[in-house]
Design a protein around this ligand. Structure first.
Ligand SMILES: NC(=O)c1ccc[n+]([C@@H]2O[C@H](COP(=O)([O-])OP(=O)(O)OC[C@H]3O[C@@H](n4cnc5c(N)ncnc54)[C@H](OP(=O)(O)O)[C@@H]3O)[C@@H](O)[C@H]2O)c1
Length: 330
């Protein structure tokens, strides 16, 4: 089978299509014929060797897929062969950019027959991240002011829609003006371009000088300390990534300026397979079916063009999900 392999971390040239044997299926796993993979910022970090969790190389990239159940491993009874599914590919979110992938059954999301298999690849990571940020890590309430960095990206767009449904007041930042349009369409109240506007001043203006209740910071670097400046007293930053680089500032001093707090967030800690995970999945699938949650597809690439796909995401032009077409057989 074809697979996107990274032998050792580095630049885009490290992404190679190789012909590998099919994965062995262990107890509790499901073999999936991959129809589409979806790109995440974490895939770029894994290729570059800067992902926060250790990755053993060589590895196959790809943490999010849609496709069809090909075989069930021992102990898996709930799924039918041929059934359409979407999934995170496991705790390490690897091995999905391949013709076939073995996935622990608790990560599998059975799809309603009406859901398009292409659209299905685009929703799991962004929607579940947004859901658990707002309703598990935080308990978002009507009227809360929330600042979302990189609001035009996949996670940002899912956060916008779910936060709007919860009645929040949404302010966002983008790197380029073109990425402001979608979040505004999805219900953000104000989106600013970080290079030309001061986001702290914008938040203060939008909140009559009070500051935001919550900041979702996926950028880190020199942006994270300023995220605290945008908070109200006792407000909270949840850090979900470091796309702009590792931050380096005196955190204790920052927290004491207005009695704010900092939380980390990893989607995997919402425990795939738990009741909490299952009920979030059901709610997300239901609101997608009702047309209340959209995940735009920024662009689609063939598996062989994985370098172009990662370059496109890395260049920060994508507003929505970048998909990898693998196969489409049922
Ligand atoms: N912790 C978790 O469980 C979890 C789960 C999913 C995703 N994430 C994180 O959430 C973020 C969004 O993920 P995504 O897959 O939806 O990606 P995305 O938002 O589509 O892409 C990442 C965005 O980060 C911004 N960015 C990248 N490099 C930057 C730089 N050098 N300086 C400033 N901004 C930069 C860009 O947005 P602008 O051009 O608009 O600035 C870029 O579009 C990523 O940081 C990802 O690692 C975390």
């Amino acid at each position: 089978m074809r697979a996107v392999v990274v032998d050792r971390p580095g630049d885009l040239d490290q992404l190679k299509i190789q012909d590998l044997p099919e994965p062995n299926l262990r107890a509790g796993e499901v073999l999936v014929d991959v129809a589409y993979g979806a790109c995440n910022w974490g895939d770029i970090q894994k290729r570059q060797g800067i992902y926060p969790d250790p990755v053993v190389y060589p590895t196959i990239l790809g943490g999010e897929v849609s496709g069809y159940v090909r075989r069930r491993g021992p102990g898996v009874e709930a799924l039918e062969v041929g059934q359409p599914v979407a999934a995170l590919t496991g705790r390490d979110m690897l091995r999905g950019f391949a013709d076939k992938v073995a996935i622990p059954h608790e990560f599998i999301i059975p799809l309603p027959p009406s859901m398009d298999i292409r659209a299905a690849a685009a929703f799991p990571v962004a929607s579940l991240t947004a859901f658990h940020l707002l309703h598990t890590a935080h308990q978002i309430r009507q009227g809360e002011a929330i600042l979302i960095h990189a609001i035009g990206g996949a996670v940002g767009l899912a956060l916008t829609q779910l936060a709007r449904q919860a009645g929040a007041h949404i302010i966002g930042t983008v790197g380029t003006k073109a990425k402001a349009q979608r979040p505004l369409e999805y219900g953000a109240h104000r989106v600013i371009t970080r290079d030309t506007e001061d986001f702290v001043a914008a938040v203060m203006e939008e909140t009559d000088g009070r500051g935001a209740d919550l900041v979702i910071d996926s950028l880190g670097a020199d942006i994270l300390p300023r995220s605290f400046d945008a908070l109200r007293p006792f407000g909270r930053v949840i850090n979900i990534g470091e796309a702009a680089g590792e931050p380096d500032f005196p955190i204790r001093k920052k927290l004491y300026e207005r009695s704010t707090s900092l939380s980390g967030f990893e989607l995997i800690h919402a425990e795939p397979g738990s009741l909490r995970w299952q009920s979030a999945v059901q709610e997300i699938v239901a609101i997608i079916e009702q047309g209340q949650l959209q995940m735009p597809i920024a662009r689609e690439f063939l598996l062989e063009d994985i370098r172009d796909a990662q370059a496109y995401l890395e260049d920060r032009g994508a507003s929505g999900k970048v998909l990898i077409k693998v196969g489409n057989k049922q």
